[in-house]
Design a protein around this ligand. Structure first.
Ligand code: NAD
Length: 447
């Protein structure tokens, strides 16, 4: 079976390789693995925020664990005629404030703990920006880079069929995440509506505009990040002029954030990807780099910047560092080396809890993921609203509404932190938990 049964072997191999590469002892490597467990990271922050809120112990228990966890084994006929079985997850953390909402990712290292953490982050994220959704996430253990379009389509359709009773516009609404895209959403929507025998385009968001997607959705996460950066500069008394930005990850989130910031006049001095990095102290021509990457398939080889080491780049001096790639890139191993004034988290879970403490001691102003990257789900909410109305907004309308929600949410979180004397991350959790706890209590416990 491609998936769960292979994890222990893969994890063991990863640990052996890490021990060989980092020179850490096995105990230190195990401690680092634990530090990187996203579910434990989420739970630690949740517990701290719940404690500071003096949360009712019963509600604490309700909100700490997901409502529903679904595991499916998905048989797929591969192009060579053999049958492979993939393991997929959908975790619905909360539906207290509305239907569950969250992306689906395809990757070889997807795990239930990761999907659980991402599902709960979705609950908190939707509550921070005050939109009427709960939180969910899905993932399939697979290696999408080594699968054909046909194999990906069959896997996506069968995964959707396995989840058919659990998803829907009033139940749980998937969206793209790492290694899934507008095409994946189109397949999910088509499979769902073939079963329902009617048009139901609000079952997914992040789909192509021609199938009921929203204008502005593709850029929305990057746009939300750019609004948070503007607000942070205002809050700290800094200016866009001379503001140096380093972005890690040049995918959907990172490239759109870099491009929007570039257009606003920020100086994007560095871009890090997994296979290389670029630096130019006078600023990188981001539209030029996007064009280069589209042609070359990599950022490497771009003439108007110097190549450098991606791990070292993120430690260089800058006003804003935007990790927009993946989880656990800022840990106890490198947090002390960062030289940024503001950390704006485009990715989900890029910073471990141990690293949080180090950054706080260094005085870094952190814009936490559940606020910074909430522009994506906010535009997904707009898409769901437009689909249900059957009436579609202009890009300007989407952007104006998005900017207003992101600015307000930034101000709410910072004000909450100042009132309760906690950092921005714990403030965002407290604000979110408070909102979800309120509706949970108001609804009461059924039976
Ligand atoms: P993506 O797959 O489009 O882009 C990720 C990019 O990061 C890729 O270019 C990849 O090569 C690069 N990358 C991967 N690991 C790296 C590493 N260790 N160092 C440097 N670069 C690395 O994915 P995306 O949609 O841009 O999502 C990125 C992150 O943002 C994820 O954590 C995702 O959960 C989060 N997020 C995405 C959205 C969205 O709307 N797409 C919304 C909220 C949060």
């Amino acid at each position: 079976m491609a998936g769960e049964s292979l994890i222990p072997v893969r994890e063991k191999r990863k640990l052996d390789m890490a021990v060989a590469q980092t020179g850490l002892t096995l105990e230190q490597e195990l401690a680092l693995e634990r530090e990187k467990n996203p579910w434990e990271a989420q739970a630690a922050r949740f517990d701290l925020a719940a404690h500071k809120l003096n949360l009712d112990p019963g509600i604490w228990k309700v909100l700490r664990y997901p409502t529903r966890e679904i595991i499916v084994h998905i048989p797929v006929q591969m192009d060579d005629g053999t049958i492979e079985v993939f393991t997929g997850y959908r975790v619905q953390h909360s539906m207290s404030r509305g239907p569950a909402k969250g992306g689906i990712r395809y990757a070889p290292d997807v795990s239930l703990d990761e999907v659980r953490a991402l599902a709960s982050w979705m609950t908190w994220k939707c509550a921070v920006v005050n939109i009427p959704f709960g939180g969910a996430k899905g993932g399939v253990i697979c290696d999408p880079k080594n699968m054909s379009q046909g194999e990906l389509e069959r896997m996506t359709r069968r995964f959707t069929a396995e989840l058919i009773e659990f998803i829907g516009p009033e139940k749980d609404i998937p969206a793209p995440d790492m290694n899934t895209n507008e095409q994946t959403m189109a397949w999910i929507m088509d499979t769902y509506l073939m079963h329902m025998r009617q048009t139901v385009n609000a079952v997914v968001t992040g789909k192509p505009v021609s199938l009921g997607g929203s204008r502005g959705r593709r850029e929305a996460t990057g746009r939300g990040i750019s609004v948070c950066c503007d607000e942070a500069l205002k809050h700290l008394g800094l200016t866009i002029e001379g503001c140096r930005v380093i972005v890690q990850g040049f995918g959907n989130v990172g490239s759109n954030a870099a491009n929007l910031l570039y257009r606003k006049g920020y100086t994007i001095v560095g871009i890090a990807e997994y296979d290389g990095a670029l630096f130019n102290e006078d600023g990188i021509d981001i539209p030029g780099l996007i064009e280069h990457r589209a042609k070359a398939g990599t950022i490497n080889g771009f003439a108007k910047a110097d190549g450098c080491d991606p791990d070292e780049l993120i430690t260089r001096e800058c006003e804003i560092l935007i990790p927009a790639a993946t989880e656990n890139v800022i840990t106890s191993l490198n947090a002390a080396d960062l030289h940024c004034r503001i950390l704006c988290e485009g990715a989900n879970g890029p910073t471990t809890t141990v690293a949080d403490d180090i950054l706080e001691a260094k005085g870094v102003f952190v814009i936490p993921d559940i606020l910074a990257n909430a522009g994506g789900v906010t535009a997904s909410y707009f898409e769901w609203v437009q689909d249900r109305m059957g009436y579609f907004w202009t890009e300007l309308e989407v952007n104006q509404r998005l900017d207003a929600i992101m600015s307000q949410s930034f101000q709410d979180v910072v004000a909450y932190g100042e009132t309760h004397k906690v950092n921005n991350r714990i403030a965002a959790y407290m604000l979110a938990i408070d909102r979800v706890a309120y509706t949970t209590k108001q609804r009461g416990m059924y039976a």
